[in-house]
Design a protein around this ligand. Sequence first.
Ligand code: AMP
Ligand code: MG
Length: 425
Amino acid sequence: MPSTPTPTILSFEKARHLVEEHAATLHPRGKELVELLDSPGQILAEPVFADRNFPPFPRATRDGYAVRAADLKTLPATLVVIAEIKAGATENASLKIEPGEAAAIMTGAPAPPGCDAVVMVEYTSRDGDRVTITKSIAAGNNIVPVASEAKRGERLLSPGVRLDHATIAVAASAGRSRLLVYSKPRVAVLATGDELVDIDVPLAANQIRNSNTYSLAVQIQSAGGEPVLLPIAPDEPERLHELIADGFDADLLLLSGGVSMGKYDLVEQVLAQFQAEFFFTGAQIQPGRPVVFGRIPWGTGTPARGGASAPSGHKYFFGLPGNPVSTMVTFELFARPLLEALAGMTPRKLVFLHAKLKSEINTKTGLKRFLPAILSGEFEQAEVELLRWQGSGDIAATAKANCYIVIPPDRERFAPGEWVPILML
Ligand code: AMP
Ligand code: MG
């Protein structure tokens, strides 16, 4: 039997970059057409082009009067109101603003030829067909020129973007009621551990409910994948082997538990039976130090069984440490970018924000730490503090967190008021 791989423990950044490099070689499985309102969270698989100029006419951005700016050099200026133009009005071909003239105009209406600015109604007073204006204006003000946002035929959205309210609004404005999106990758979830039981069965004092399958299923969905939940695997090589083989039928396999140094941590050893290549078997982080990343050969004449073919010639897996918070954090740090690549999403870097620390932090050096925290305050006064927790098994505390404070491996202490990096959930 192949034995456990030689340990490869990487810094957080090296491990993350390695995952990103592999992710960059992956492709989604296929494409499908979906209704616009079924598309949020999916990844766009086609470009969306402007079907007309944006805006299609010079658009007034204020209620007021369309004028020639040159007419307002001496103030107050009185102009003759020759028309009223509301949004949706059909074009009046003969309408042109001549010197000394103005047209009443509403927000969103086409500014007529001859005018070059719109004066806000607040700076005007109307008397019959005359308007008196008390404020000068620069040419171009309060008019968005035709095609200045996008020219007809210009690309508005690119493949790889995750569809959200704003991108869906762009598609809607380009007249697209359906969009081509990438098919969701199937991600197998395999929780391992003799102590684990399903959540809806009676359990003994020494048993633990399997929560990781559920947190992972939700994280997979939020990263654009479709979870495939496998039964709990015991810490026993034959059954574990069978279930791992089932897991490789999916596009990506996520295991939880069984990757530490214990006698019954068998995941790596069993993966080695599939001719696994291990890229790392640990990262200098907390929680989640024993995280494992690798792949097995897959395709014509390669192991396991039939099932879907992987265009890359490989199937990837992550062995996520079983402590519930470690599972959640290592998914976000390492599994998410690979899954997003399989989902067709344009790769993005992990970016940490900074927030002002509310109360002191003391910790040990040596690992990069991602500690559950609460970001609070109001408006521009955001502040962050650590949650009190009992370590990476403490899901109850973590469920109260809304971010993680990121502690670099060389820092022991942070004082209140310092700016600390945070990772948003
Ligand atoms: P392991 O990584 O297998 O050493 O497990 C570490 C800790 O996480 C142990 O306390 C396990 O009982 C717990 N654990 C492992 N898997 C799960 C799971 N699927 N759901 C909840 N807790 C788990
Ligand atoms: Mg275990």
